[in-house]
Design a protein around this ligand. Structure first.
Ligand code: SAM
Ligand code: SF4
Length: 330
């Protein structure tokens, strides 16, 4: 039974936890080249604090967890956290979103800790374009990380590609072909106004319908996969020839806020009812100030009850959140 229901009747059972705001690459639509405003270590939740919050959240109906960041694989001993969270009674599913640069070495310890589902962020298969987008020369490491996950039997493995117009068009089709060959779903995520340098503009978003047209023209027809989970952020399509599927997170062209089931915990211990929320609740202050589990649960419930209808990216009233994506947890 869930206790995290808002005034629109949305039930929240999916918690995204950021474990660090740091990153080892610099995707230009996410982080500035010389990012320095990272939180000091003392402000980052310890594993014990994260685990305590998760236990409280499970008592409120949370069943699924995704670890993210910043780059979560930079967090020392991450497999230890995965193991702790996988052992919390009531957690049915743990997933990870990573840029894959450190994955080759960590795939096995994370698998042994209980991780099976992984999303690897990859915008291009071209080394020079990878270097331009991320300001680092790490494409080979990411590809080796994906290989390692496939060899170990991770599943499903998905690739996240950020769909920025006038940039990513040459990569859409090669990535889909790569996915078809490997049995990996590519998820194209419409560029969202969460970058730290205010580069976002509606005209810079490559829209789902345009990507579908491109894939249909170059590879073949797609059809919507029937009976999809209406609460999943991606709309999924399969190729009619039976080889592979693609997903689209169309946050801009087809917002899915009315089906949202997600809540978030930032690396520095702030609770957010939405990726785009303007206000946050300082859970770390409660944890470190001696609040009881019941007090934390009550505060989280009240926060979720007051959740807004959605982000309104397409309206003139849209206000970007006060922190960039890497500091919130994507
Ligand atoms: N570092 C990890 C990574 O890159 O996957 C985890 C954190 S990152 C903020 C989470 C996801 O956000 C990435 O997979 C990327 O696809 C997506 N992302 C980053 N900036 C974005 C933006 N401005 N618009 C849409 N998606 C974005
Ligand atoms: Fe780092 Fe992920 Fe942001 Fe890229 S999208 S800079 S990998 S946090």
């Amino acid at each position: 039974m869930s206790h995290l229901v808002d005034t629109f009747g949305r039930v929240h059972d999916n918690l995204r936890i950021s474990v660090t705001d740091r990153c080892n690459i610099r995707c230009y639509y996410c982080m500035p080249e010389h990012a320095t405003d990272f939180q000091p270590r003392s402000e980052i939740l310890t594993f014990e604090e994260v685990e305590r919050f998760v236990r409280v959240a499970v008592g409120l109906g949370v069943k699924k967890i995704r670890l993210t960041g910043g780059e979560p694989l930079l967090r020392r001993d991450l497999p230890v956290l995965v193991e702790k969270l996988a052992a919390v009674p009531g957690i049915r599913d743990i997933a990870l979103t990573t840029n894959g640069v450190l994955l080759e070495g960590l795939a096995k310890p994370l698998y042994d800790a209980g991780l099976r589902r992984i999303n690897v962020h990859l915008d291009t298969l071209d080394r020079e374009r990878f270097r331009q987008i991320t300001r680092r020369d790490d494409l080979d490491k990411v590809l080796r990380g994906i290989d390692a996950c496939q060899e170990l039997g991770y599943g499903p493995i998905k690739i996240n590609t950020v769909a920025v117009k006038n940039l990513i068009e040459p990569d859409i089709v090669p990535l889909a072909r790569f996915g078809r060959e490997r049995g990996i779903e590519i998820r194209y995520i419409e560029f969202m106004p969460l970058d730290s340098q205010s580069l976002w503009d509606l005209n810079r978003v490559l829209l789902m319908d345009d990507m579908i047209a491109m894939l249909t023209r170059e590879i073949g027809p797609l059809e919507a996969i029937p009976d999809q989970d209406p609460r999943a952020p991606a709309t999924e399509f399969r190729f009619l020839d039976g080889v592979g599927s693609v997903g689209f997170v169309a946050s801009v062209s087809k917002p899915f806020c009315l089906n949202c089931n997600r809540i978030r915990l930032t690396a520095d211990g702030h609770f957010r009812y939405c990726l785009f929320a303007i206000e946050e609740m300082n859970v770390k202050a409660m944890i470190r100030g001696g609040a009881s589990d019941a007090e934390i649960a009550e505060a989280v419930q009240a926060n979720v009850r007051a959740k807004w209808i959605g982000h309104q990216i397409n309206s003139a009233q849209f206000v970007p959140p006060p922190r960039p994506m890497y500091a919130i947890g994507g």
